[in-house]
Design a protein around this ligand. Structure first.
Ligand SMILES: [Mn+2]
Length: 348
């Protein structure tokens, strides 16, 4: 009961939604939510999952609901768009400007009678109003600042406030983190096929629903042609690309290089697909045993460079990399192949 003897309004705090709109609906239904409940997202409501626009519309249409700025919203706000943000921008289309204006109004923390809600972390011993937004939202620079403060420890091991903290950002695949009734980590990797988790206040009741798919893997694949078809990375030679990847991975031990890793994996897949296509093509003209007749047929084939190479010995990924010096050239060969066969065999 509140001071007027009314039943306390429920607050439903939800972990990183990442565009998993169906799971959000299912979780709220499971909770039996109604118009009196306040829905609070810890941030990272968008990106990676299938329906960021749906999630945004949901929160925009519920007066009194709260979405915090997570590191993903922050990347949109700072126009620092890596793969998953580019996908969301493409999904939103004309609505993107409106979504940005909305994100611009979002807070970095939320405090209720029962708990403090942040996206990523609190710097130990610093009053809530003096916390740095970078640390609260867990962007790359914030993570570095926090690491300098906490050293070997997790920030929540050093939290000695009296009010419980609810946060997201750090995925706990085996279920939400509950620590001394004081710290609740509720990102349970919904967008990677894990769970979407909520804490319902004032009881601190925890509920999760299983995600229907590993959405990020799927979305990353679906959009890779569209997004990376446009980037200059395609035109970098493979070894430079590998070097760039290594530098990113070595330097930034953050989540930000996941996007590049997804890109790298997509490029590897692409080459492997190309090789599989070559196998089919090769089998078809393998019957042509006369070298001159083979040359005549192979020359006209979309995968000619690979066919000639294969004729001499077994092809591997390395060979494909040598024949197609950049991803852009491999993509082009794939596209020619697809046009030639009309079977959409190339995933790009
Ligand atoms: Mn997240």
């Amino acid at each position: 009961m509140d001071s007027l003897g009314q039943p306390m309004k429920r607050k439903i705090v939800i972990g990183d939604i990442h565009g998993c709109f169906e799971e959000l609906q299912e979780l709220l239904e499971r909770i039996g939510f109604n118009d009196d409940d306040q829905v609070i997202s810890v941030g990272d409501a968008v990106d990676r999952g299938p329906d960021s626009p749906g999630v945004i519309r949901f929160f925009q249409s519920r007066p009194g609901s709260v979405v915090l700025v997570g590191n993903h919203e922050r990347k949109h706000l700072r126009n620092c768009l890596s793969y998953s943000q580019q996908i969301t921008r493409a999904q939103l289309g004309k609505e993107y400007a409106n979504a940005l204006a909305w994100m611009n109004t979002l807070p970095y923390f939320w405090e209720t009678e029962e708990a403090i809600v942040v996206h990523a972390a609190l710097a130990p011993g610093v009053p809530l109003l003096e916390q740095r937004p970078e640390i609260l939202c867990g962007c790359a620079s914030g993570e570095r600042m926090l690491q300098e403060i906490t050293g070997e420890h997790e920030w929540y091991e050093l939290y000695h406030g009296t009010k419980p903290v609810i946060f997201g950002h750090r995925g706990f695949p085996d279920g939400p983190l509950k620590r001394n009734g004081l710290v609740f980590g509720i990102d349970t990797n919904a967008c990677r096929g894990g769970f979407l988790t909520a804490v319902v206040l004032p009881e601190f009741q925890i509920l999760s629903v299983k995600a229907r798919a590993n959405y990020w893997q799927r979305t990353a694949q679906e959009w890779r042609g569209l997004i990376y078809g446009r980037t200059a990375w395609n035109s970098l030679p493979w070894d430079q690309l590998a070097l760039l990847r290594k530098r990113l991975v070595d330097k930034v031990k953050e989540r930000s290089e996941e996007d590049f890793d997804a890109y790298w994996a997509a490029m590897q897949d692409l080459l492997a697909d190309l090789l599989r296509q070559t196998e089919v093509a090769f089998t078809k003209i393998d019957a042509v045993s006369d070298p001159r007749a083979f040359a005549l047929v192979a020359k006209e084939h979309p995968l000619a460079p690979l066919l000639f190479k294969r004729r001499r010995r077994m092809l591997g990924l390395e060979d494909a990399r040598q024949v197609y010096s950049t991803p852009a050239k491999a993509i082009a060969a794939c596209a020619r192949m697809r046009n030639d066969q009309g079977d959409g065999g190339c995933p790009n």
